[in-house]
Ligand binder design. Structure first.
Ligand SMILES: Cc1cc2nc3c(=O)[nH]c(=O)nc-3n(C[C@H](O)[C@H](O)[C@H](O)COP(=O)(O)O)c2cc1C
Length: 172
């Protein structure tokens, strides 16, 4: 696991190659095997590969996210606010579990923050994505995970990034 964490980098440049059905299925399985508060499983996912929709998704942030239109696959992570007060934590954990599964499948990924962000269309990122994809009000939009085969070399993390001053023993 530590080796994979060292190798994982956010990926914003992808090969022009679709993600296979089998790998897509594994990404969605991994996300739904993530732990949730009181096991409420409040997440839902929207899988997007349509080029026109990906193009429009690029405007979900201000400034825009230029890599989204070039991404072969984007998965929108939603949390049901009526089910639990831990939907933010639950949807965040599902997002990172999906990113780690992507890494283990040889794919690259990047988290695009939607919650509390602004689009370049005069409305919040959440409102923009909600309108574009027809998402009901009770489903909050946390993030979009862009996934694809990485293009180019990403420098790996190093263990010397680990900051021992952040670790306290017994008391702060
Ligand atoms: C909560 C969260 C929000 C993020 N939002 C964005 C985003 O909106 N756009 C983007 O390009 N990257 C986003 N990222 C990726 C971070 O920029 C990236 O993880 C960070 O710079 C560390 O780089 P690394 O992932 O290569 O280790 C986000 C990551 C997290 C965890």
């Amino acid at each position: 696991m530590l080796e994979m964490l060292l190798a994982r980098r956010s990926c914003r440049k992808f090969e022009d190659k679709a993600v296979e059905e089998e790998k897509k299925e594994k990404l969605l399985q991994a996300a739904q095997l993530a732990p949730t508060g009181k096991s409420t499983r409040p997440w839902e996912f929207i899988v997007i590969e349509n080029k026109e929709t990906l193009q429009k998704l690029g405007n979900c942030r201000n400034p825009n996210q230029p890599f989204l239109p070039e991404t072969p696959l984007a998965i929108v992570i939603l949390g049901n606010t009526q089910k639990t007060d831990t939907w933010i934590e639950d949807a965040s954990i599902a997002s990172i579990v999906m990113q780690l599964e992507a890494e283990s499948l040889g794919l690259g990924s990047c988290w695009v923050q939607i919650r509390l962000r602004e689009s370049n269309q005069g409305m919040s990122s959440e409102e923009y994505v909600r309108k574009l994809l027809g998402i009901p009000e009770h489903m909050a939009v946390l993030s979009i995970i862009a996934v694809g085969y990485p293009s180019g070399i990403r420098p790996v993390h190093k263990l010397d990034e680990v900051d021992l001053t952040k670790i306290h023993t017994e008391t702060y």
